[in-house]
Design a protein. Structure first.
Length: 478
């Protein structure tokens, strides 16, 4: 193995914390060594800076936690001059996206979003009881990873479609599980700080399905974050693959996902307060790809570019995974597309309302590939109706949910999973396609908006499930 000696430019000099605000997680940087740098050299460099190093899923990537009083920006500058280092940068913070929309209407007939992208029509034309939407003719379901705040895996509308392992236990990748801090995940005054046991304590679901829950190894003195204390990931998962015909026995409400027979792989990358960081997100992307996900949906983002996220995107695309990401939003006016949506090769998704009007909050730019239903932020029942945790959650409180387990949310966070769901429909009907071919089909079959083929606001147009499935099908004149 090639060994690269430390240069004098890379020697550690501890300096006082600078007055300028640091743009990343306090005291944390992320870096990647160049190929061929020995483990001994990597360890020695971290030791020189007094850093506590954590290895990640990407080869040669590390997260450093620096000593108090050391300026991370100056450490980054010194590392960038070291020939052993490919890059060093702040561990930028990212956030879940979307806006809570208080609503009194929980009827399934108000899933205007499904009609808008012609999902029911696609189901009736191309699928049947023997091959339901999201499942291949050979039987396996398309596996969609939801990289988010987690998922309420025992929600009656979701449980049938949560991925299982060979023993029947629920599959759940938890990148937030604390290993280097003994602090709780969120302020207990918000009532969202719980672990797997307390999330389902005293509930019928918890009693019935306790044997299905993943084994939790929560270290003594730590507060582990549980399935989904925020609610965002549960809402996103329902848009993709809420199971048909399962909600009538829960609160009298039923919602259906775009691909109601696809499988969901929950990947918890965001804390219960809706915040996350590049290190955790990158690990989640790689782990989901290794776990066999065909599609990764990320309804998260932030304005700062990150080489670590760029590398994670490249790795994931190279594994043949389709990546769908919310373009991001900002009130009162959208801005440049957030990262990771802005990276080449992913599908960046913006938002329109139920009348196909571009929403001003939706981020824009040449990276926007498609738009999908996102709803408005100023009309009571114009948000996207989907699942929320059956227990107390941050998002349920924000929407003022009158019926536990459901609520309306608007934003590009809701737009992206519509595209992920249509991608699952495509792959279930045409399993031989590559991720690049599915991406091309989604874009080529979009319904252009505004009288133009492409715009920075609406990309190539509105995702259309019927068009996406009928493209090249002689039965439908395509």
């Amino acid at each position: 193995m090639l060994a690269i000696a430390l240069s004098t430019a890379g020697c550690a000099t501890l300096v006082p914390t600078a007055a300028a605000p640091y743009p990343g997680i306090a005291r944390q940087i992320v870096l990647r060594f160049n190929p061929g740098v020995s483990a001994a050299t990597q360890t020695a460099l971290a030791k020189q800076f007094g850093a506590a190093a954590t290895t990640g899923e990407l080869p040669d990537a590390e997260r450093w936690t620096l000593p108090a009083g050391v300026d991370p920006s100056q450490v980054i500058g010194q590392l960038e001059a070291n020939p052993a280092i490919k890059f060093a940068e702040p561990n930028f913070e990212r956030h879940v996206l979307g806006y809570a929309v208080p609503s009194a209407d929980y009827s399934s007939t108000q899933q205007w979003n499904l009609t808008q992208i012609r999902a029911p029509q696609a189901w009736s034309q191309y699928f049947s009881t023997t091959q339901p939407p999201g499942r291949t003719a050979q039987g396996p379901a398309v596996l969609v990873a939801v990289l988010d705040s987690g998922v309420d895996v025992l929600h009656p509308n979701l449980l049938p479609n949560i991925a299982r392992d060979s023993t029947g236990k629920i599959r759940f990748i938890d990148e937030v599980h604390p290993t280097d801090t003994a602090t709780s995940d969120i302020d207990t005054s918000t009532n969202q700080d719980f672990n797997w046991a307390t999330a389902y304590s005293g509930t019928p679901e918890g009693a019935t399905y306790a044997s299905l829950l993943p084994d939790e190894a929560c270290p003594a003195g730590y507060t582990c974050p549980g399935p989904d204390g925020h609610g965002h990931g549960t809402h996103v998962a329902g848009i993709i693959a809420a199971a048909a015909g399962t909600g009538d026995d829960y609160q009298g409400v039923q919602v259906v996902g775009v691909a109601p027979a696809a499988q969901i792989l929950p990947v918890k990358i965001m804390h219960n307060d809706g915040n996350g960081d590049d290190w955790t997100i990158a690990n989640g992307m790689v782990d989901a790809a290794k776990a066999g996900a065909q599609i990764e949906n990320m309804s998260i983002g932030g304005p700062d570019p990150s080489q670590l996220l760029d590398d994670a995107v490249t790795y994931t695309l190279d594994q043949g995974v389709l990546i769908v990401v919310a373009a991001g939003e900002n009130l009162p006016q959208g801005q440049a597309v957030f990262y990771p949506a802005a990276y080449p090769g992913v599908i960046a998704v913006g938002a329109v309302d139920q009348y196909n009007n571009y929403q001003a909050y939706s981020n824009f730019g040449p990276q926007v590939a498609l738009v999908a239903p996102g709803g408005t932020v100023d009309e009571k029942d114009d948000g996207v109706l989907s699942t929320l945790p059956t227990y107390g959650s941050f998002l349920a409180a924000q929407v003022g949910a009158t019926i536990p387990g459901y609520g309306r949310v608007s934003g590009t966070s809701q737009s992206a999973p519509h595209v992920a769901g249509v991608a699952a429909l495509i792959w279930s009907l045409y399993p031989q396609l590559t991720a690049a071919q599915v991406r091309e089909r989604l874009i080529a079959s979009a319904d252009p908006l505004g009288g133009v083929d492409f715009s920075d606001q609406t990309g190539w147009g509105l995702v259309d499930a019927v068009n996406a499935l009928s493209l090249g099908d002689p039965r439908y004149g395509q």
